[in-house]
Design a binder for this molecule. Structure first.
Ligand SMILES: *[C@@H]1O[C@H](CO)[C@@H](O)[C@H](O)[C@H]1NC(C)=O
Ligand SMILES: *[C@@H]1O[C@H](CO)[C@@H](O)[C@H](O)[C@H]1NC(C)=O
Ligand SMILES: [Zn+2]
Length: 307
C-alpha cells in the first residue's frame, strides 16, 4: 500500500508544483525540483506537440538540392554595436539593434536581426540542437531574425514565415578564436540567472564564418526550439562550422540555471520530420573554384579574348 502512496504524492506534486509555463531541459530535472522536461513541453505549450517542430536530424543523402537557395545578402552585419548579454535562465542571449538584415538565400523577403543565443553541451561535449547525419556538434548559434515589416517577435511568430533563424555549428579547434573574446569574457559577469552585462563593440560578422564560406547550407520549415514552440521559423543551417578552443567551449558550462545547477545540455532532442523536405543549397564554394579554373583554362587557350 505504502508503495502506492509515494508515486501518488509525486504525481499530485507534479501537477501542483509545476506551473504550466515551467519548462526545463533534461539536465535540470530532479525530484526535489520537478519541471517539465522536453518530452513534457506540450504541458508548457500544446504547440510543442505540433507536426513541424525543431530541431531535426538532417540526413544529407535525403536532402534535395535547390537552385533557389542562392547566397545570402548580409547587410550591416559588419556594423559594430554595444548590446546587452544576459543569462535568461535557459541560455545566454544578446540583443541586437535592428540594423543588421539578411535577404537572398531563398528567403521570401528581407529579415532583420533581433537577438542571438546559444545551445551547448557539458564542458565541450555534444550540445548542438540540430544534428547532421546523427552527428551532434559541441554548440550551436542561433541568430534570430524577423520579417522587416514587424516591430516585435510576438507578432512575427503569428506569421508562418515571420521568423528566419540562421544556425551555425561550432567545432573544437586547437587555438582560441579571438573574435569570441568579448562574449567569453562577458560570461564571467552573467554566471547566475537574470544577470546581465554589456557586450562592447562587437559585430554579427565577427561571430560567423567569412561570407564566402556561407554559400553551403540546409533549409527547412520548423519551429522555435523552446516553448511556445511556434511553427513560424524558416531554418537555415550552415555547413561551415565556427572554430572555438576547448577552453572557450567549456566557459559556457560555468553558467548556472535558476536553481544554481550548471547550465549544461541546453538543447532540445531532435523532433520527427513528419514528411518535411530538407533542401540543400549545393556546394557553391566548389562550383566557384571550378568556374575560376575553367576561366583560367579559357584564358590560357585565348578563348576569352573577344575578336
Ligand atoms: C540588468 O541587471 C540589473 C541589475 O544588475 C537590473 O536592474 C536590470 O533590470 C537588468 N536589465 C535587464 C534588461 O534584465
Ligand atoms: C572557409 O572554409 C575553408 C575551407 O573549409 C577554411 O579553410 C577556412 O578557414 C574558412 N574560413 C573562415 C573564415 O571560416
Ligand atoms: Zn535557439
Amino acid at each position: 500500500m505504502q508503495q502506492l502512496i509515494l508515486p501518488a504524492l509525486l504525481a499530485s506534486c507534479w501537477t501542483l508544483c509545476t506551473e504550466a509555463g515551467d519548462w526545463c531541459y533534461q539536465t535540470q530535472f530532479s525530484l526535489d525540483h520537478p519541471c517539465n522536461v522536453p518530452e513534457k513541453w506540450n504541458l508548457a505549450n500544446s504547440r510543442c506537440d505540433g507536426r513541424s517542430q525543431s530541431p531535426i536530424n538532417i540526413v544529407t543523402r535525403k536532402t534535395l538540392k535547390d537552385k533557389r537557395l542562392t547566397p545570402f545578402k548580409f547587410d550591416n552585419y559588419q556594423q559594430i554595436f554595444t548590446g546587452m548579454i544576459k543569462n535568461n535562465g535557459h541560455s545566454v542571449q544578446a540583443g541586437v539593434p535592428h540594423l543588421s538584415t539578411v535577404s537572398g538565400g531563398g528567403l521570401p523577403t528581407s529579415y532583420k536581426a533581433v537577438q542571438f543565443h546559444l545551445h551547448w553541451g557539458n564542458n565541450g561535449g555534444p550540445g548542438s540542437e540540430h544534428t547532421i547525419d546523427g552527428e551532434q556538434y559541441p554548440m550551436e548559434l542561433h541568430i534570430v531574425h524577423m520579417k522587416q515589416q514587424y516591430t516585435d517577435l510576438t507578432t512575427a511568430l503569428s506569421d508562418q514565415e515571420g521568423v528566419a533563424v540562421l544556425g551555425f555549428f561550432y567545432e573544437k579547434s586547437n587555438s582560441a578564436n579571438r573574435k569570441y573574446e568579448p562574449i567569453i569574457n562577458a560570461l564571467r559577469s552573467i554566471r547566475n540567472a537574470k544577470d546581465n552585462t554589456s557586450l562592447i563593440a562587437i559585430s554579427l560578422a565577427q561571430l560567423i564564418p567569412a561570407e564566402q564560406n556561407l554559400t553551403s547550407y540546409y533549409r527547412y520549415k520548423g519551429s522555435l526550439t523552446t516553448p511556445g514552440c511556434n511553427e513560424a521559423v524558416i531554418w537555415t543551417l550552415f555547413e561551415s562550422p565556427i572554430p572555438l578552443s576547448m577552453e572557450q567551449l567549456r566557459a559556457f558550462s560555468e553558467l548556472k540555471f535558476h536553481d544554481g545547477k550548471s547550465m549544461v545540455g541546453t538543447f532540445r532532442p531532435v523532433q520527427p520530420l513528419n514528411g518535411r523536405q530538407v533542401s540543400w543549397s549545393g556546394g557553391a564554394v566548389i562550383l566557384a573554384s571550378s568556374f575560376l579554373l575553367m576561366a583560367a583554362i579559357a584564358t590560357a587557350l585565348g578563348l576569352s579574348q573577344p575578336n
